[in-house]
Design a binder for this molecule. Structure first.
Ligand code: CA
Length: 233
């Protein structure tokens, strides 16, 4: 599953170029042309990184950046600001307001891609790791293999993605809606109870013949990888 990138840019040609190239790198790309629309979108769903243009209709990139930094859930969200040449002093202000990086237009696509990769790596190294481990669970993403205490476990594709999603965010509690978004994708309508069904299957396969359940059910909230599980090993 590629990292999710939200591109907020009102120049259509640039948006198309960015979408095409980020898509080709395997990222899950969404684009929005207005600052106020981006703000609304970000309240519903938080990507892994934002490419944010400075000058936007509705709400400026700088104001959006300020708002994102003021909210706990987007305080750490990696932001790359796009600025036009000649906005040098503005650029400095951009960084002061909390953007992690900036890039001056016109820029080369490989340069932007390198910045995106670098920022994602710093923000969440586990996203790029080939082997994810948690307690006695090991997932090798190159070989698409899962094992517990060295014993291979055969997971279906949905259970695999579900486990991968948990392993990328150990300890974090996800609501059913967030799991649907993260594992199934936002464009598909699936009943939230489907999540329970797949969690049930994942548990059964992971826990067969074992006592410790690595998945924690948080009443009224959702599911998480149990952090006591990692510590117990
Ligand atoms: Ca613009």
């Amino acid at each position: 599953m590629g990292a999710r990138i939200l591109v907020v840019e009102d120049e259509e040609a640039l948006t198309t170029l960015l979408r095409y190239n980020l898509d080709a790198e395997g990222y899950d790309v969404e684009t929005v042309a207005r600052g106020d629309e981006a703000d609304t979108r970000l309240k519903e769903r938080i990507p892994d990184l934002i490419v944010l243009d400075w000058m936007l209709p509705g709400l400026s990139g700088i104001e959006l950046c300020r708002r994102l930094r003021a909210r706990p859930e987007t305080k750490q969200l990696p932001i790359i600001m796009l600025t036009a040449r000649g906005e040098e002093s503005e650029r400095v202000r951009g960084l002061a307001t909390g953007a992690d990086d900036y890039i001056v237009k016109p820029f080369s696509v490989p340069e932007l891609l390198a910045r995106v990769r670098g920022l994602l790596r710093r923000a969440s190294p586990e996203r790029l790791a080939t082997v994810l481990t948690y307690g006695d669970i090991e997932m090798d993403r190159d070989k698409r293999r899962v094992a517990r205490s060295g014993q291979p476990i055969d997971l279906g594709p949905t259970e695999y993605r579900l486990l991968e999603f948990f392993l990328e965010h150990p300890g974090r509690v996800f609501s059913r809606e967030q799991l649907l978004d993260g594992v199934w994708g936002r464009d598909i309508y699936i009943d939230e109870r489907t999540v329970d069904v797949h969690i049930g299957r994942l548990r059964k396969l992971l826990n067969y013949g074992r006592e410790q359940d690595p998945i924690r059910t948080v009443r009224g909230a959702g599911y998480a990888l149990d952090d006591r599980f990692a510590k117990a090993e």
